[in-house]
Design a protein around this ligand. Structure first.
Ligand code: GLU
Length: 496
């Protein structure tokens, strides 16, 4: 069987975790079996669709690095891939069902349907949906009325008293009593626009979709779709309804739980690799004991057998963990490129928005090993590294004093540290500088931690900072000595 899957969003909102998860699973499934992934825009609800959502869709997936084989932007031989460009087709197929007596013209005006709903509500009736009033109008008469210009919709004639069975790859065999299916839903509206059901089924058939993988919220449409495939006499694709993505309260993931839109995660500094890796695990497993996967590895290990039936709970902490892992995997240059825009905005190189000089940019890149393990998001780099680019305010004298020590000792240690600076600044790597400081401390009979406390306060303005030896290497001897002298003078003056 040729594997062809599709992501079929309605451009009525921004791309969110749930949509991306559906797209990603389709993508991985297609890649895992050498199949094709298709993008189809289901824009039949013209009032809710908006071009900016289409743009958001393209920008989201190009940022994530997920590409389809066929779609409105890439083309393909099953196009057009935008439903609003296919309206003629839907009408033709709706009429085909009328011809086959599997659908019928309905002339009930909107007011009647509203009245029906209101009456039932007032009577607390359990009945919902259409009362099938036009179902039994003689076919010839109905056709003549429709041809004569009388406003009409086309409704599916659900075979009553029967059951519809279909198989879901994940959920197994499913059987629905037809009497419980939405009574004779509209396929073609009075303005000639198709409904989701008609357009979706016709397109999945014409685009030769082999597997329909979509969120479980569409499961209730599946019996109806199965009835339509049978009515057309078409082979239905294999259905696979994916477990829902929930917040930690068991409700569908939404804004209430935190960010859900991809733009928000992107704005917060999540890397696409982290999102892909985490989202791919929402309802699926791959290799036991392995957490980190590239897109290629995910595709190589994806299989429908490893999907979960139970809903997946979205864990923001786990996603952040993924981001930290991917930040750690960036080279100095890559990480600097990710962190630089935020640093420029935060005014790390002068006024907010000021770009770095060549030397500053080089220092920023060289400083990446100092923070790589200490940030969860690129935007945190600026504050962590500010002391490298501007002289920090001197902290209070107490901050210079090692534990169980005194000011006099702190000053003595600062003098020792001062002697080490030229060699520290000349070290080839942060590790080399670190080793040197430890060896010198041992040689002089002081604890390395004690030696570093006043030095750290003088150089970074704080008792806690990224690695000190590495920082001095980047700062250079001259600036470091200047900071030490400034601190020593203040401490000697007896100011608190
Ligand atoms: N247009 C539907 C949506 O917005 C597609 C559902 C399906 O995949 O059949 O999710």
């Amino acid at each position: 069987m040729e594997i062809r899957v599709r992501y079929a969003p309605s451009p009525t909102g921004l791309q969110h975790i749930g949509g991306v998860r559906t797209a990603l699973f389709n993508y991985l499934f297609a890649r895992s079996l050498g199949g094709k992934m298709i993008l189809r825009l289901e824009d039949t609800d013209r009032t809710r669709c908006d071009e900016r959502y289409v743009e958001n869709l393209y920008s989201t997936f190009s940022w994530l690095g997920i590409h389809w084989d066929e779609g409105p932007d890439t083309g393909g031989d099953s196009g057009p891939y935008v439903q609003s460009e296919r309206f003629e087709l839907y009408r033709k197929y709706a009429l085909e069902l009328v011809d086959k007596k599997r659908a019928y013209f309905c002339f009930c005006p909107q007011e009647r349907l509203e009245r029906l709903r209101a009456e039932r509500e007032a009577a607390h009736s359990a009945e919902t949906g259409y009362d099938r009033k036009c179902r039994d109008i003689d076919g010839k008469e109905a056709a003549a009325r429709a041809a004569g210009g009388e406003a009409h919709t086309i409704r599916l004639k659900i075979p009553l008293g029967e059951s519809t069975r279909f198989h879901d790859v994940l959920l197994g065999d499913i059987e629905w009593k037809n009497d419980d299916v939405n009574p004779d839903p509209v396929l073609l509206k009075s303005d000639g626009f198709p409904t989701y059901h008609l357009a979706n089924v016709v397109d999945d058939h014409l685009m030769r979709i082999s597997h329909v993988m979509r969120a479980q919220e569409w499961l209730s449409s599946a019996p109806l779709h199965a009835i339509m495939y049978a009515a057309f006499g078409w082979e239905a694709p294999l259905f696979c309804h994916l477990p829902m993505v929930m917040g930690d309260d068991g409700k569908k993931l939404s804004k209430r739980h935190g960010a859900a839109g991809i733009d928000e995660f992107r704005g917060e500094g999540y890397l696409p690799q982290a999102l892909i890796n985490y989202v791919a695990l929402l309802g699926a497993s791959y290799v036991e004991g392995k957490d980190l996967y590239t897109l290629e590895e995910l595709a190589a290990n994806f299989s429908l057998e490893k999907l979960n039936k139970a809903p997946a709970v979205f864990d923001y902490k786990k996603l952040q963990w993924y981001n930290e892992q991917y930040i750690r995997m960036q080279s100095d240059g890559e990480l600097a490129a990710l962190c630089l825009p935020g640093a420029v905005q935060a005014g790390l190189f002068g006024a907010a928005g000021q770009a770095p000089s060549g030397a500053e940019e080089a220092a920023f890149t060289a400083a990446m090993p100092l923070i790589r393990e200490r940030i969860s998001f690129p935007a945190q780099a600026a504050e962590k590294l500010r002391y490298l680019f501007a002289e920090p305010a001197l902290p209070a004298a107490a901050e210079f004093i090692p534990k169980k020590s005194d000011l006099k000792t702190a000053l003595k240690l600062l003098r020792i540290a001062r002697e080490l600076v030229p060699a520290l600044a000349a070290a080839r790597t942060g590790e080399e500088a670190e080793t040197f400081i430890r060896e010198e401390a041992a040689r002089r009979g002081v604890k390395p931690g004690d030696l570093m406390t006043p030095l750290r306060a003088a150089v970074t303005g704080s008792r806690v900072s990224p690695p000190l030896a590495g920082s001095i290497r980047i700062l250079g001897a001259e600036k470091t000595l200047g900071r030490i002298d400034r601190a020593a003078a203040r401490l000697s003056s007896g100011e608190p």
